[in-house]
Ligand binder design. Structure first.
Ligand code: TXA
Ligand code: MG
Length: 338
């Protein structure tokens, strides 16, 4: 795919280029950088004007807060206050890594970073370039995923260019977002820890580390208003229509085959997620593999002009919970095969 880059600087991963990226951030600019989950679109977390430009570049609704990225454990106290022991414990267990903790916001962090909320989400990414960029820019970096609002998150610099070319100052070139889905967002501002968004760290591992039950927001009827504002928007969507097929394995298989035949006869282009027509039922890919290729597969199918994506339910264990969450949000239709 040829890249035409107007106005957005393409930087390599070498130390000099990362230093240049840090300088752009220090001067109030926006830089897209790789993390172990997806690409982030970064600005200095203490620069309200730069943070405002992030919302504008992405077309992001003003009520959807960003995540603050740290390179050093000591920086936690710069961005949060009244930090509970549980937060330090979880940070020790999972950082650097794909876990964002929701804590009370420190005064010096502009309200815009968290869309006016009294809390902030914070994590330390497990990625050499991201850590070096934050360290060299001298302050934690506020960053949402580096996609246009509503599009699948980018896992390669090419995806960032597709969405944000000319709207941001620079992109660090990399293809190293190995987890492939975003971080788990865990709210620690209430009595009980609650997952606001499932992601790269599983509920099972959080429960093992905490020795208590971890709840998932939105599962009970009482929790009707989303506590993670970002979760109310249609998200992660390819241009193609995505049909998610749930139910028992053999019935799913038959329904997907029947749907594929129907659409192919109509002359439509059909793509598959986590499903191979020619393979046996037992040769499906793992939730980790599914997560790491989910968004790039959606984007590739859009590039190929696929009309209908048929996606198959996977078990919601481990990373499967995050994959199912994203598939449900991307789906134009969920079909229960029985
Ligand atoms: O892996 C990731 O989390 C990536 C990389 C770049 O770190 N970032 C990412 O950011 O996915 P974004 O902006 O696409 O998603 C942030 C999520 C949203 O659902 C937002 O609502 C939630 O975190 N969030 C952020 N701050 C929050 C807060 N104070 N309270 C509740 N939810 C919050
Ligand atoms: Mg996002």
């Amino acid at each position: 795919m040829p890249l035409s880059v107007k106005g957005t600087l393409l930087l390599n991963e070498d130390p000099r280029s990362v230093k240049k990226a840090a300088k752009i951030i220090k001067n109030g600019g926006l830089v897209a950088f790789p993390t172990e989950t997806v690409y982030g679109l970064g600005a200095a977390a203490n620069d309200a004007a730069a943070v405002a430009r992030i919302y504008k570049a992405k077309g992001r609704p003003a009520d959807n807060p960003l995540i603050i990225h740290l390179s050093d454990f000591d920086q936690l106290k710069m961005v949060a206050r009244d930090i509970p022991d549980k937060a330090f414990h979880l940070a020790n267990c999972f950082w650097p890594g794909p876990l964002s903790l929701v804590l009370f916001r420190a005064e010096k962090i502009p309200a815009l970073v968290s869309a006016g909320l009294a809390s902030i989400a914070v994590r330390m990414p497990d990625h050499r370039i991201a850590l070096e960029l934050i360290r060299l820019s001298g302050f934690p970096i506020a960053a949402p995923s580096a996609n246009r609002s509503g599009r699948p998150s980018p896992t390669s610099y090419r995806h960032v260019i597709e969405d944000l070319n000319g709207r941001i100052d620079a992109v660090i070139k990399s293809n190293t977002c190995t987890v492939g889905v975003e971080s788990t967002v865990l709210d620690l501002t209430r009595d009980k820890p609650v997952i606001l968004r499932p992601g790269g760290v599983s509920k099972e591992n959080l429960e093992l580390a905490l020795g208590e039950t971890v709840f998932i927001s939105g599962l009970s009827k009482k929790d009707a208003t989303p506590r993670s504002p970002g979760m109310k928007y249609r998200h992660y969507s390819p241009d193609a229509r995505l049909i998610l097929v749930t139910g028992s394995q053999s019935r799913r298989y038959n329904v997907i085959k029947a749907l594929a035949n129907r659409y192919l006869k109509l002359g439509l282009k059909v793509g598959y997620l986590n499903f191979k027509l020619e393979s046996s039922l037992n040769s499906r890919i793992s939730p980790e593999q599914m997560a790491s290729t989910l968004y790039s597969s959606m984007r590739r199918m859009d590039q190929q002009g696929i009309d209908i994506i048929l996606a198959e339910e996977i078990s919601p264990e481990g990373l499967g919970l995050a994959v199912m969450n994203r598939l449900k949000k991307a789906a134009t239709r969920i079909l229960h095969a029985g």
